[in-house]
Structure formats: C-alpha cells, structure tokens
Ligand binder design. Sequence first.
Ligand SMILES: [Fe+2]
Length: 616
Amino acid sequence: MKVLGISCYYHDSAACLIDEGRVVAAAQEERFTRVKHDQRFPHNAIRYCLAEAGVSEGRLDAVAFYDKPILKFHRILETYFSVAPSGLRSFMKAVPLWIHEKIWIEPQIEAELERCGLESPGKIYFPSHHASHAASAFFPSPFAEAAVLTIDGVGEWATATIAAAEGNRLQLLEQLAFPHSLGLLYSAFTYFTGFTVNSGEYKLMGLAPYGEGSYTDIIRNELLDIKEDGSFRLNMDYFGYLDSLVMTSRKFEALFGGPPRKPEAPITRREMDLARSVQEVTEEIVLRMASHARERTGKEYLCLAGGVALNCVANGRILREGIFKDLWIQPAAGDAGGSIGAAMLVWYDELGNPRHADGSLDGMQGALLGPEFPSDQIKEFLDAQGCSYRELSDEEWAPTIAQLIADEKVVGLFQGRMEFGPRALGNRSIVGDARSPKMQSVMNQKIKFRESFRPFAPSCLEERLADYFEIDRPSPYMLLVAPLREEERFPPVGDELELEIHDRANRQRSELPAITHVDYSARLQSVNSETNERYYRLLKAFDQKTGCGVIVNTSFNVRGEPIVCTPEDAFQCFMRTAMDALSLGPFLLEKLDGPGSQGAGKRPPSTESNASRGKD
Ligand SMILES: [Fe+2]
C-alpha cells in the first residue's frame, strides 16, 4: 500500500512516498526547480517519488496533505477581524488568493496530481499541521513510546503542541495558539536583525555567540510573559504580523534602539546582542516546554519537530540538562518534513497499521531519500561537456579524496541519494580540512559567498566523537550543538568584544579552527558505516592519513541557491566557485591550474560577480 505525502503553498514544498509504512522517497521541490524554499505545488518532487516507488499505473492508495486549509483560512479571517480596520493592506493581499486558490484545495490537488500522471490518487486526507509535524517526529523515530514536542511559526491555530505517542498512536495533549508563537518571535528578531524570515533564522542562531544577553531581561519583561510550563503570551503591541506586512512594530523599534538593520548593512553590537538575547529566551522556553512534556506524559524519550526544532543549540541544551533519556529530531523538522508526517499519520493512525520500533534504527535512513544518478549518466554528461576527469576505482576513491582534503583543497562531493531536509550529510556536500586555519574564510568567501561570521559544521567519525566533543551519543543529522572538549581548546586571548566580527570569526581557537565557533561549540554530524558507508570510508581514510577524525562539511550550493540535485547542478556550482576538485560519483575533476581554470580548459565566471549577486 502506497501513500503520497504532500506539503506545499507556504514554505518548502515537498513530497514523500511511503510504501507499507516505509519511506521510499522524499524530496523538496526547490531542488528540482532551483527556486530556494519553493512553495508551489511539488510536481517535480511528486513525479520523482512516483518513479522511485515504481508507481507506473497512475494509481495510489491514499494522499495526505500536511494541513487543514479551511481551518487555516478561519484563523486568517478571525485575525483580520480582531484587528480591523488596521491590517486592511495585508487583508487585501491575502484574502483574494485564498478565495481563488487555497480553500478549493481538494479539487485543486486532484487536478495537480493528474498533471503528475496520477489518474487515481485514492482518498485525500488532511491531518492538521502540527499533527503532521508530531507524526514526522515520532513515527520514524527509534522509540516505542515518547513525548512529542512540536514548535514552529504557526499551522492552522497551533504554534506549539505536546503529545503523548505510543505504538501507532499519537494523542495531542496541549497546544499553544496563534498569535503567541516562539517561531514567530524568533522570526521577528530574524527580520529586525536584517536577515530573511524563514531562511535567516540559522544565521541569527550562528550570530548569537558573538553577543551578550544584554536584552534578555527586556525581552522577558516587555515582549512576553513566560509561564512555568513554557507557554507564554506575546505583547502584540511590539509585533506587526497581525495587522501589517512586517514582523515588528514601531514600539519594537523604540525598545531596541531604532529601525531594523538593512540587509547587507554592517552587523553591529546591537544585532549580536539581540541574537544572543533572543536565543537565551528561546532556550528557556524550549527547556520549560520539554520539562513540562516530560511531567505531563511521563515518557522518558522525546521527539521533536517544527521549524524551531532546527535550533540545534536549544536541542543540545535539552540533552545536556538530562530532562529525557534521549531525544530524536526529525531531520526535515520544518514544513518539508510535514509531508512525511502526514503520510505516516494516514498509515498508522488512520489505517491502524502496526508499528515496530527497535530502539536503535530510525526510519529516515540517514535522510538519504532523494534522487540518485548512475555512473554512466554522469559519464555521459561529463563527456558532453568535454571535461577531462579521472575515474577512480572504489579502492582508490576514499584515499584520493582524503589526500586532496589533507592538501587543503576544497572538494565538492556528489554521490548516492540526495538528502531530504535542510542539511547536506555527505552526498551533496562541500568538504575541507577542519585543521586548516584558512579554511573557514576560504569556504565562506570564495566558495559559498556568504557572511564571514558563520561557522562550518564538522563531520566526525562516530566512534571518535568523544575524542573531540563533549557529547555521549551520535548526532547523525547535524541537529545537536555540543562544546569542543576542554583539552582541544586554545585559551582566549585579550578582550574579544573589541574586535571586528570577522577578526573574531577567523581567530584560531583550537586545532580544528574551521569548525570551532566563537563559544567553542560545534554543530555536529556523526558518521557511521551503516547510514553512509561511502562517506564513512572517506572520513576513515582521512583519519588514517592525518590522525584527525573530523572534516568540514557544508552544503553543496552557494548562498541563496538550493542544494545541488543533479550532476549538472554540481558541475555548474563547481565551475562558478573557487572549489578545487569535484568528486562526481566515481569521477574526479580537478582545477589543475588553481582557481580560474578546470581540467578541460574551461574558465569559470568571475567569483566577484557571484559574490555581489549572492543575496538571500
Ligand atoms: Fe510548520
């Protein structure tokens, strides 16, 4: 029995296909259309999922959409009426779209599915947005029973929920309702500090360790009122999202010393301190919610999803505080992962199929659920481009790439199935030597064209994790932040707060400077041979060569673009940046004459022009 899950029309459209309860394919639409966070109906992702699952006769058993559009429309109407007559501009913008498109969603989905070649999609289900998030967190988890916490911007009405889950059942126990939303509070600060809402939240989190919590008490006292159980009420006088097209109000500006930072304007002390302060408040709320979920459900394990579950600093705190024995976070914790949750809710909760959790393996298969390209197709593409390349045997591959990394080369890795969710985990990654003092600035400025303050994440051999980091369990999806071990750190020199942000970012703080953040933390990916055998072999070969079990891993894309999907995307990204080598399946391409040339004599366009275009 096959169920198609769909999330779309708001943010990060995606589709997945589960067959007898097992996820066989999942992908985000942006990877195919090359439009970052594409929100349109995911035709390409659906076609891919159907092909991967071998659905050729145009028939499915069921389709699950990740929210209830009518309920969401009610919330939007009620919100407008509650603030009328202000809010007329956003009302005029949103409501016609709803009346023409979004509330007629069932016939629209049927028509769109027909365009994807599905004549008989089966029954269409509409579980709620947070039930989809909760299901995406629990059903693929290794736990037989767990507390489930979902936190995001907003679904229909809910902005956070607590559920108890057992076997194939999820029971919603509590919810926090719009407009009181931790996701929207974080997004308001994302907007105010000059980053893009719904994509810049990660940057705000990365900026936080540069600042001090000088606004923490002001946020706590003025903007919201946090209860013991982690629920809270926002003072809506400070926010714009009820009655205008911006996140924050004039009163917010007055409280935090003037208008928002303009995108691309210099980052000042104020932005760093705001980032740190809102991060502190976020962690306090998440910890209180997690403690309350523990008490309310009596469960010893926690599952997390919703956009706020991508705040890996807060996740790391939950673990360190020891509230639960263990936690599992849906790797596609944002709305893309809602497609998996919706489909699984139908399979387990609606259809009552049994669920078996073995306590160790999870159902996301390392998040390697996207398209894969056979070697002969890659070879055909490279030959058509007239490239010179080397074909590496399976034995040669890992030591050759490991040597390139040890020689401080920046290498694009393209292999196997594409990752589902926002993180690249070794199959669509750019990798480099974490020991190199220049690696962070080279990768930020010449490869990714992104802000120099942002740290890179390490991939570490799972068995060597404790040699470098203060963590006692794997982090396969790069969703936990942990401190570097004391003995790995270099002591701080002088008062850093006086330095410019990029000088602080580039200061060498450990033997692994490229992945050590200013507060000595790192956003970890642990790698074992079961989930990604080939990537594991690369790390192992690097360790054998250098004695270091860690490399830098960043997603294979440039700023503002989705992660690469096809060999063509990877090749184009390689040619447009100062990347030194590209490993495309078994084929290796090197820019032999340094940046600016490639083996076949092709010249990439100027990196300067890319840098100036790199807005997001
Ligand atoms: Fe959501």
